[in-house]
Design a protein around this ligand. Structure first.
Ligand SMILES: Cc1cc2nc3c(=O)[nH]c(=O)nc-3n(C[C@H](O)[C@H](O)[C@H](O)COP(=O)(O)O)c2cc1C
Length: 190
């Protein structure tokens, strides 16, 4: 079997977002692995309008040209790591809107999270897991939670190297999402 392909999805889009830091950090760790291939998917690269399709994607694929391109991009992956902020105790509107465009692209594929916020983005992760289930994804238990203390330091000039427990959590999450990506890829091929 070819190596599973895993997307690292940047889930916020505002100009001064923090999201790039954790996305690049995870990408660096992931790129050292030999058991999967990883690519960053940046929602900024897809100027998706607020969802206005005729039908929900569970019934028919999206028609808007940007949504078609986004669907094609996401379809190519076997697993997903969402870099998610917590916006009002949930994920960003941009990420929810993007997920609303998808269905078959995501089904029977794992969803893992790297989250940040006051309580490590925990409430956003819980919401994202519920959304993932509706897309028939398999939410992965292990996640990286970057809490307020680390977030504040990293927003200044802090480095992830200062917080080795985040690196440990990231390795566990990567192990899990690779296992699920490989296993479900084989299952989908049956
Ligand atoms: C609209 C909005 C709502 C937010 N709500 C929460 C929240 O409910 N809980 C939390 O921990 N942080 C909250 N924050 C703080 C964000 O976690 C923090 O600003 C983070 O850097 C945002 O991610 P981004 O920089 O990638 O956009 C909120 C930020 C914004 C912009």
């Amino acid at each position: 079997m070819t190596l599973p392909k895993i997307a690292i999805v940047i889930g916020t889009t505002r100009p001064s977002r923090f999201a790039d830091k954790p996305a690049n950090w995870i990408m660096e760790m992931a790129a050292r692995r030999r058991d999967a291939e990883f690519e960053i998917v940046d929602l900024r690269d897809f100027d998706l309008p607020l969802f206005a399709e005729k039908r929900a994607p569970i019934y028919s694929p999206p028609e808007h040209p940007v949504a078609v391109a986004f669907s094609e991009r996401m379809k190519a992956f076997d697993g997903f790591i969402f870099i998610t902020a917590e916006y009002n105790h949930s994920i960003s509107g941009a990420l929810k809107n993007a997920l609303d465009y998808l269905y078959s692209e995501m089904t029977r594929k794992p969803a893992a999270c790297v989250a940040y916020g006051g309580v490590g983005g925990a409430r956003a992760v819980e919401h994202l897991r519920l959304i993932a289930v509706e897309l028939q994804m398999a939410p992965v238990r292990s996640a990286v939670h970057i809490g307020l203390f680390e977030l504040r330091a990293l927003l200044r000039d802090g480095s992830f190297d200062d917080y080795p427990y985040l690196g440990t959590a990231a390795e566990t999450m990567l192990d899990d999402v690779v296992w699920w990506s490989r296993t479900l890829k084989a299952g989908r091929a049956d």
